[in-house]
Ligand binder design. Sequence first.
Ligand SMILES: [Zn+2]
Length: 350
Amino acid sequence: MKTFCILSAFALVGTCATPKYTTRIENIKNSIQLIDSSLVVHYANTITANELKTHLYTIASKKFEGRGTGEKGCKLAAEFLKSYYQNENIASPYGLSNYYQHIPETFFSNGTKATQNVIAYIKGSEKPEEIVIVSSHFDHLGINANGEINYGADDNGSGTVALMEMAQAFNIAKKEGYPPKRSILFLHLTAEEIGKRGSEFYNLHPVFPLKNTLIDLNMDMIGRVDAIHKNNKNYIYLLGSDRLSKELHFLSEKVNNAYANLELDYRYNAENDKNDFYSRSDHYNFANNNIPVIFYFTGEHPDYHKPTDTPDKIDYQLLEKRSKLIFATAWQIANQKHKLVLDTENELLK
Ligand SMILES: [Zn+2]
């Protein structure tokens, strides 16, 4: 055996002795090459605080009545998203006229009315079968018992408008000759507030096979500053990035260092965290199907799940910065040479 090892060490480096864990991690870090830097910066800059603000004042307006799942306001919000994509000339996987993944009333056993996920799509130019999902829920709590509207500006108007702006940025790039190599699905989820049912439904009825779905980057409440960070607003919480793919974790950090320089705060990613935010939004249903996820979040605040979660309390400059980070992360995963790898399939970890 010894001789074999010495000989093969020349031919196949690393087959005899497993490198130390730290070396393996170093190898993963070094395997990530950022691509298209000037394009990423250029198209990220089409995401602006002003446009985010305009969209958010609409999504969180009286007209949408707090977007209660299956209610009138939720339907109006879905129509608003659909017309946005039609005007932007961004298709859905169903074509240019239907953007809805219908969820029937029978899927809910508590009287919740039929509702829909709203899905937009940009087809990849080289590996269209490989799917990158960026998601956020657009439903909220509707009108409360006192007749007050739960506007849900942060929860989750903030993620909704970030997703709209990211789709637009990818589409401008496409129109100018830089389509993503892999396909990107912009997934506006319904029924999150009643138990992540919209993402549950998507995972039961995926538009593209889950085995070809590389990632879900999910945003839920990314527009405010919590008490912990009141003196250091340049932050975002990340959850889940290291759980299924270490490559994803280091890719995400590298992208942040290159383009955004936000403080990536992982405190809520601790396995035993008492808040258990990790299981509390839609990415969780993807992670349970072995799809790597990052959950982006900026923390709770006194207006959480109250009618006072209004658009005047959003920090639009920060929302812009955070959206740009997530856009750049999606760009890297959609365009890098090799497919994002799960740890269980990563040769560099063996
Ligand atoms: Zn939410």
